[in-house]
Design a protein around this ligand. Structure first.
Ligand code: PLP
Length: 400
């Protein structure tokens, strides 16, 4: 009898976290590495939010809290949904977890039965399929092709829905492509969902505030109010407020689902960190004025990376609407050989050789379910991005 569970054998460790770990090790070993794999802003948490955390410690807010969030944070989340998305929720419809990641995990654990299907557009955030598998469900992929700017169509969604579909997992702007659905593009998808009342919508809005060129963010329950009762809208403070380490995510949806999520959480983590919850109250209720300057910086970096990468023969990259990733295709480089004679047979080989030869660490597309591509996170300094792009260009120019 195996000691480790069979369920665990179905999943793999997060490849992005593994690469980020490798980057740390290589740097510690003295190698000149430019890490473009981590999905987190390089800004510090804003001062007022840090101060709220410190205040919480000094005020003794250091004990267990209500399972799925302190009332003050739930109120702040309700106000956020109303302010930003025009969605009305009561605190009973809100759950807070240890990052959006835990909220998504809880939701899937709370709802999936054996053989329940979850539709996931690919490329996807690496954790979605594995979380579905851990919860004993079946991930069903729809290809969001480069030709369609990494977005799926209504026809594709319609085709993927079966009797067993429990969730449609939607993420816009997307990790790893940065693709964001406009109101009309999303409406085409919600129209399909209206025809299938057994399908629920899990909307991961983690990159809501990271949008460029006037892109107007929208979320399914807002675009189609008739989906309100079967939508769980997930968000968090990690990306917009540069709070990845504080681990606070949240969601709003139907009360019975929120109660089920509370049950999972009550028997796992008990509650999210008390101090972080108070910091998140300040993040959501406090001034939002740093978001626009942060976005200006991100947009400048996005444009820098796009210009440099698109100038490389064999690489194609559409302009993403949001997040802080680009997902270039290397279709034009497959079959070529490196200066050392290694054939680029896949994006994994490309990324490995790139790291070996140049010290630039990116993530291979196969990890996100669409190849041959690689993901670059441009949430790092302009100087590092300039240098990384120069190294990538040199590496590619030496392929033959
Ligand atoms: N959803 C997406 C698409 C992400 O990229 C991430 C983090 O990388 C998360 C959810 C989870 O974020 P957190 O757990 O930090 O709130």
């Amino acid at each position: 009898m195996s000691f480790l569970s069979e369920t665990l054998a179905r999943v793999k460790p997060s490849p992005t976290m593994a690469i980020t770990g490798l980057v740390g090790e290589l740097k510690a070993a003295g190698r000149d590495i430019i890490g473009l794999s981590a999905g987190e802003p390089d800004f510090d948490t804003p001062e007022n939010i840090r101060a709220a955390g410190i205040r919480a410690i000094n005020d003794g807010k250091t004990r267990y809290t209500a399972i799925d969030g302190i009332p003050e944070l739930k109120q702040a989340i309700c106000a956020k949904f109303k302010r930003d998305n025009g969605l009305e929720y009561s605190p009973k419809q809100v759950t807070v977890g240890t990052g959006g990641k835990q909220v998504l995990y809880n939701a899937l654990m709370a709802t999936l039965n054996h053989d329940d299907e979850v539709i996931i557009p690919a490329p996807y955030w690496v954790s979605y399929p594995d979380m579905v598998l851990l919860a004993d469900g079946i991930p069903v992929f729809i290809e969001a092709s480069l030709e369609n700017n990494f977005k799926i169509t209504a026809e594709q969604l319609e085709e993927a829905i079966t009797r067993n579909t429990k969730w449609f997992l939607f993420n816009s702007p997307s990790n790893p492509t940065g693709a964001g659905y406009s109101h009309d593009e999303l409406k085409a998808l919600t129209d399909v969902l209206l025809r299938h009342p057994h399908v629920h919508v899990l909307s991961d809005d983690m990159y809501e505030h990271l949008a460029y060129d006037g892109f107007e963010f929208c979320t399914p329950a807002q675009v189609e109010p008739k989906l309100y009762d079967r939508t769980l809208t997930v968000n968090g403070v990690s990306k917009a407020y540069a709070m990845t380490g504080w681990r606070i995510g949240y969601a709003a949806g139907p009360e019975p689902l929120i109660a089920a999520i509370r049950k999972v959480q009550s028997q796992s983590t008990s509650n999210p960190c008390s101090i972080s919850q108070w910091a998140a109250v300040e993040a959501l209720n406090g001034p939002q004025d740093f978001l626009a300057p942060h976005n200006e910086v991100f947009k400048r970096r996005r444009d820098l990376v796009l210009e440099k990468l698109n100038a490389i023969e064999g690489i194609t990259c559409p302009t993403p609407e949001g997040a802080f990733y680009v997902y270039p295709s290397i279709a034009g480089l497959i079959g070529k050989k490196t200066a050392k004679g290694v054939e680029i047979t896949s994006d994994e080989v490309f990324v490995t050789e790139l790291l070996n030869d140049t010290g630039v660490a990116a993530v291979f597309g196969a990890a996100f379910g669409l190849s041959p591509n690689f993901r670059i996170s441009y949430a790092t300094s302009d100087a590092a991005l300039e240098e990384a792009c120069a190294r990538i260009a040199k590496f590619c120019s030496e392929l033959s």
